[in-house]
Write a protein that binds this ligand. Structure first.
Ligand code: ADP
Length: 247
């Protein structure tokens, strides 16, 4: 699934004295299918807003979003729900249900679509094995480490066979070693499931470790984008240079 955005704009009321925050400004981007695409920027640059737009959680004020060449920003109702089901998302704080154990968390999106119980059991088991937690199915979330929690979140995100996976600062709460193991898992899953992965981060290490392409966001604008090797060897924008300097 390739993704293209054209001239996306999003502003919010409130926050500043003038009353308007231009979180995303005329952003255009091409995310090739079957890649791990990094979106990097400092805190407040507009990354999360961009992700909420690209993942169809929020509507842009103007501009276009295309999946495989088809407009998706205008989807509504049932079509939007169906399209959103094929988008997986994971977050920095995992967003798991603490009242449910590991397998019940993974089962949740399958319950929502009304999958029969026996099938849910089978699928949940497969997914937990895929993320290396086959033996922790009954573990309460509170008994799992950060890395294990993110593995449960990944299994849940993959439950409905998505074609796109968004990772929003997915490794930012993890120690360096756990970060490496989670990125390795994401790389394996990307290949196995032919996923397009969009990875939002403020850490250049993450981009270097996992991504083939990167876009740099600064003050709501995409200031640079391209293949990792090109950006690393010939950074143009000062923000990109700054990120590389701190590697
Ligand atoms: P990042 O993810 O790079 O830290 P965000 O997309 O969260 O950046 O924020 C970009 C800008 O938009 C910030 O100035 C932030 O305060 C503002 N912003 C984001 N979401 C909202 C919102 N729902 N309401 C008002 N302002 C927002």
């Amino acid at each position: 699934m390739d993704i293209e955005i054209r001239n996306l704009e999003k502003a919010y009321m409130g926050g500043t004295i003038s009353g308007v925050v231009h979180a995303v400004k005329k952003a255009s981007l091409k995310i090739p299918s079957n890649t791990i695409f990094g979106i990097i920027g400092k805190s407040g640059a507009g990354k999360s807003t961009l992700v909420r737009l690209i993942s169809l959680l929020e509507k842009p004020d103007s501009g276009e979003i295309l999946y495989n060449g088809e407009r998706v920003d205008s989807l509504n109702g049932k079509d939007l729900i169906a399209r959103r089901r094929r988008i997986g998302m994971i977050f920095q704080n995992f967003n798991l249900f603490s009242s449910r154990n590991a397998e019940q968390n993974v089962a949740y999106p399958l319950e929502i679509i009304g999958m029969p119980k026996k099938e849910i059991e089978k699928r949940t088991k497969e997914l937990l094995e895929l993320v290396g937690l086959g033996d922790r199915a009954k573990s309460p979330i509170s008994k799992l480490s950060g890395g294990q929690k993110q593995r449960v979140a990944i299994a849940r995100a993959l439950a409905n066979n998505p074609d796109i996976l968004f990772c929003d600062e997915a490794t930012s709460a993890l120690d360096p070693q756990t970060t490496i193991s989670i990125l390795k898992l994401i790389k394996e899953i990307q290949k196995k499931m032919n996923l397009t992965v969009v990875m939002i981060t403020h850490q250049m290490e993450v981009v270097k470790e996992a991504c083939t392409h990167v876009a740099v966001v600064n003050d709501g604008e995409i200031v640079e984008q391209g293949l990792i090797e090109d950006i690393f060897f010939k950074p143009k924008h000062y923000v990109t240079k700054d990120f590389i300097k701190h590697l």
